[in-house]
Design a protein around this ligand. Structure first.
Ligand SMILES: Nc1ncnc2c1ncn2[C@@H]1O[C@H](COP(=O)(O)OP(=O)(O)OP(=O)(O)O)[C@@H](O)[C@H]1O
Length: 469
């Protein structure tokens, strides 16, 4: 493989990984040689090499192969320290020569560093940021508006008003997206700030590495020298005593220096099992914001955004009306699944050259739709309907025949039939042991009324939506 090939591959990697990842992780790599199926690169530090190997080696290898190189694996070695004179001389040699490339590797990270004397910046590199996770691409709705507003405030990089900002919520609701968005924004607004984003797992990994390499003082100094520390998925360190201890000291040191900390987790600090009490209490000192499960409107907004993006990517593909609404209704689990469904749908439609219709969506996404079908229970239906009509649950199930109890009861019977797989006798048993014919009568009555009573039809629609959300 020539350096020209590597140049071409770098171009492809820039497109695929985004500018941030490219500048941080690919640019400093220097191609040394390709021999016996092993592509060797020099890297500035061990940590850097390990990181690239774990996170990008598959993509690098794939691109090398696509460019015609026969590569089985990659190897990253730290280049040997060399006298300054030699490095300077090599840096002026023609670009692309492996020997000079190694020297340039020594130069590149230094050139990119801000002037901070405290720690070695090559170790301070953030985990890769996803270039798609910005505030521009984050769709705001009721369930996430507070989290979004708090993240925006931190991203302004002004005086620290709450410390830490603690974002929590279920799987795939946008915690990581918001954290990356903060980091992107801070990088462009306040490039002089030292922003460190990493997952709690990576924090532990670096801590263990520092212990192993007897560089714990460097580790402490490095973490205490940042201006903004962001730790994703902090629940990971629960039960890991030494890591928690170190995290606690880092946290305190930064708070004492009035440095901003942003933390995310899958639950509130008080609910993280096996997390030390003193850490829980520290985490509770700032602003705790919950990312609620998405509602229909937010899901639809996210889908519309994504569909617009795909329309540009897959020119000529048409999307029939109602498909996005259908997906927003049916896939309620999490945004990652929702996005995955749309990605698959566009890719499939473009392969078969068909319009994206409801039928196509149902065929192509059958597995996702099946898995996403929420199991609505009869008890849930009874509770929601009772709440909606402001009657007691006992009256909904009990024998009272007055219209203001009987009608909601029939509505609940109707919804139980439509939204659960339960048989009429089973439903009858859950409605105070009524006969299956009573249930059938109730269901028919509501079906009849739906076409003449618009208020009832509206109520039904609302209840359905609440139950399916
Ligand atoms: N409001 C939103 N607008 C646009 N995209 C979103 C939104 N919420 C989530 N996403 C997208 O959903 C996917 C999952 O989000 P993210 O990785 O941030 O979730 P998470 O809460 O960190 O999940 P996990 O608990 O698995 O770490 C990402 O592709 C993200 O861009």
């Amino acid at each position: 493989m020539t350096n020209e090939t590597w140049g071409h591959v770098r171009g492809e990697l820039l497109k695929r990984l985004g500018k941030n990842n490219f500048v941080t992780w690919i640019e400093p790599l220097r191609f040394a040689e390709l021999r016996d199926g092993v592509a060797r690169f020099t890297v500035p530090t061990n940590f850097f090499g390990n990181w690239v190997e774990r996170n990008f080696s598959d993509q690098i290898r794939q691109q090398l192969i696509s460019a015609g190189a026969s590569v089985d694996r990659l190897e990253f070695t730290v280049e040997a320290a060399r006298p300054a004179v030699q490095a300077n001389a090599a840096a002026t040699a023609p670009e692309g020569q492996p020997a000079s490339a190694a020297a340039a590797a020594a130069e590149t990270p230094r050139a990119a560093r801000p002037a901070h004397p405290a720690a070695d910046d090559s170790e301070l590199r953030s985990a890769p940021l996803d270039s798609r996770f910005t505030f521009d691409t984050f769709v705001v709705g009721k369930p996430n508006e507070l989290a979004h507003a708090a993240a925006r405030r931190v991203a302004e990089g002004g005086p620290v008003s709450f410390n830490p900002l603690f974002l929590y919520g279920g799987v795939g609701l946008g915690k990581t997206h918001l954290m990356h968005a903060i980091a992107h924004e801070l990088q462009s607004r306040r490039p002089e700030l030292r922003v460190l984003y990493l997952s709690a797992e990576q924090f532990m990994y670096r801590f263990i590495q520092a212990l192993r390499e007897k560089q714990i003082m460097d580790f402490k100094e490095m973490f205490r020298s940042v201006d903004v520390l962001m730790v994703d998925d902090v629940q990971f360190i629960a039960g890991k005593d030494s890591t928690q201890e170190e995290f606690f000291h880092t946290f305190n040191a930064l708070v004492d220096q009035n440095k901003q900390i942003v933390i995310s987790a899958d639950r509130a600090p008080g609910e993280i099992k096996d997390l030390e009490e003193r850490i829980k209490s520290r985490l509770q000192c700032g602003l705790i914001v919950d990312l609620h499960p998405t509602d229909y409107e937010l899901r639809l907004g996210i889908l519309q955004n994504k569909a617009e993006f795909y329309h540009n990517q897959y020119k000529g593909l048409t999307l029939a009306p109602g498909v996005l609404e259908f997906l927003a209704h049916r896939i309620t689990t999490n945004v990652r699944v929702l996005e995955g469904a749309l990605t698959r749908l566009f890719a499939f439609a473009s392969l078969v050259g068909r319009e994206i219709t409801l039928d196509l969506a149902q065929d192509c996404l059958a597995d996702i739709l099946r898995a996403s079908d929420r199991k609505i229970t009869i008890e849930e239906i009874q509770r929601k309907v009772a709440e909606h009509y402001n009657i007691r649950l006992s009256d909904m199930i009990g024998p009272k025949r007055a219209r203001n109890f009987a009608r909601p009861r029939q509505i609940a019977m109707y919804l139980a039939k439509k939204l659960t797989p339960r048989s009429l006798p089973e439903i009858g048993r859950r409605f105070g042991g009524r006969d299956h014919t009573t249930i059938m009568h109730g269901v028919r009555k509501i079906e009849e009324l739906m076409s003449t009573d618009s208020q009832l039809a509206e109520d039904l629609q609302l209840l359905r939506r609440l139950l399916e959300a």
